[in-house]
Design a protein around this ligand. Sequence first.
Ligand code: PHE
Length: 338
Amino acid sequence: MNAEELAGTIQEALEEGRTAAAPEALEAIRVKYLGRKGLLPRVMKGLKDADPSERAQLGKLANQLKQELGKLLGARKQELSGASGADAANFDYTLPGQWRQLGTRHPISRVIEDTAEIFARLGFTVAEGPDVETGYRNFEALNTPPHHPSLDAQDTFWLESGELLRTQTSPVQIRVMETQPPPVRVITPGRCYRRDTTDATHSANFHQIEGLYVDKCVSLADLKGTMAYFARELMGPSVGVRFRPHFFPFTEPSVECDFSCHVCGGKGCSVCKHSGWIEIAGAGMVDPRVFKRVGYDPAGVTGYAFGMGVERIAMVKYGIKDIRMLYDNDVRFLKQFK
Ligand code: PHE
């Protein structure tokens, strides 16, 4: 075989390699050209008898055949084996399937959503406000002037802008009343912030749900009836409520609202600290000064407001002993709440 013929044969060999459609075909090409009895050894053996003027050229071509064809066959083999992996005939049906864990609702979301749903039946809509609030809406508009002692307990994370991370959801009452005339019937769930050191029952970041009802002739009896309905719907049909006198700057009179213990039925147990009652909400009749601030006529309307801690409700409802479990994002804990 002279140099010209050999060059042509190499091109054919490469073309065969490029078009081979199965690993077996590639192997046959390798045997034919590079194998022990193939073309390459024959060319090498023939070199010593070859025309001296062609010998160098033939040697170069033999090398080209070995290198290029070897490389091409290797690459094609990989291509073909990759393709056959996806082949239905080679699919291993006994391999474990892809498993996706279904998410669950977080206890905090559950309490907020369940509460919104219960109050929706009473005609309450949901309103929201920003976490960053003005000192005016968080305190002053709620009848809490800067020198007021109750500010100390709540004085919190002030920002350089003079605004603060709201300490309660009550400023959303102000936002709602600033933007719409009475009647008003809203609940306002959201995140709040206080300068609290974290322990089993405190967190500097927590959630509240505020409620506000303003209309003609709204009374404390309406508040009590509403809270009693809410308590039964949320905790169970035998749960009752009681009011204890309290103080809030923006309600007058003010009360704290307790639910009878849903675990022991009021007899006393560890959940209710053996008192039979569980403190759930602060509430009261909206102070006329608050109405004046937002431009409502205190002689024409009355209203009640209440505010409750979402984490606290979640803890007593689901028997969670440590508030931090609500923030750890441990799926072993969270997946209990289907
Ligand atoms: N905002 C009050 C608190 O955080 C709760 C409250 C809301 C009390 C509405 C009365 C009326 O303690």
